[in-house]
Design a protein around this ligand. Structure first.
Ligand SMILES: O=C(O)[C@H](O)[C@@H](O)[C@H](O)[C@H](O)COP(=O)(O)O
Length: 243
């Protein structure tokens, strides 16, 4: 069963506002602690959802370092690009310098393993993990798919057992497009905080399986996520209806 605090909101709009306030608080605390705030965004419905609360993110966003929890191996201006979604829906409304947004290297999108290796290097350089320490992202914002996947960690996939790499390539994602890069559990577990964002009745059955797995039901990828400090589940009422 998944662990962590569960927060349930009346509506998507209330969820978005609370998430924005939470992000701002994590940002303030991180900047006070080490001078910057590193945050990783997922794609899917998350960027649009957060967009409606983005004006509540009151913090010094010039001190942000933005990463991607997973990314599709497509051009940065492709409609499938998580970078494009996060940039258009959220970052364009926040004062984050382009030099602080760490996208996949577009020159490597033909080879997800090479793109993942390069992204891991960026993560390590930016977060100071080069002395052998695992880099720690301050906050990872995650979604969850109907099959219980998160990042691009899919049920039954060999990447669920990856313990060496922080970022891995995947060529057979069941959710299109098939070629992607993703943070691994190793990277998630080294992160300080993780927030899951789940809205809509389409998430209800999966959240039931996450929080109340029946006997013999496999532990879904999202249920296995742990972080150094906290995992918090932001849900609206329809998503939380069965938990
Ligand atoms: O690139 C991706 O596909 C996403 O990062 C993915 O991991 C997403 O977060 C989940 O699939 C949930 O997606 P929804 O929020 O759209 O259900």
């Amino acid at each position: 069963m998944a662990s962590g605090e569960r927060k349930v909101f009346e509506s998507k709009a209330e969820l978005a506002d609370a998430l924005a306030v939470y992000v701002a608080a994590k940002s303030e605390a991180s900047i006070a602690d080490h001078g910057y705030f590193s945050v990783a965004f997922s794609g899917g419905s998350l960027p649009k959802l957060l967009a409606s609360g983005v004006d509540k993110i009151k913090t010094d966003t010039t001190k942000w370092k933005v990463f991607f929890a997973d990314e599709r191996c497509v051009a940065l201006d492709h409609d499938d690009s998580n970078f494009k979604a996060v940039q258009n829906d959220c970052l364009s409304k926040l004062n984050v310098g382009a030099e602080n947004v760490f996208a996949i290297d577009p020159a490597l999108i033909g080879d997800s393993d090479a793109a993942a290796e390069a992204y891991q290097k960026v993560l390590t350089e930016q977060l100071g993990g080069s002395d052998g320490e695992t880099p720690s992202i301050d906050l990872v914002l995650l979604g969850m798919g109907p099959d219980g996947h998160t990042c691009s960690l899919f049920p039954g996939h060999t990447l669920l057992d990856e313990r060496e790499r922080l970022v891995a390539g995947i060529k057979d994602s069941p959710k299109p497009p098939p070629s992607r890069i993703t943070l691994t559990y190793k990277a998630l577990e080294a992160s300080k905080d993780v927030a899951f964002v789940c809205a809509g009745e389409g998430k209800a059955d999966t959240l039931r399986a996450i929080f109340h797995p029946q006997e013999g039901e496999p532990l879904l990828p999202a249920a296995r996520v742990q972080a150094k400090n906290s995992v918090t589940w932001f849900m609206d009422k329809p998503a939380a209806a069965k938990i």
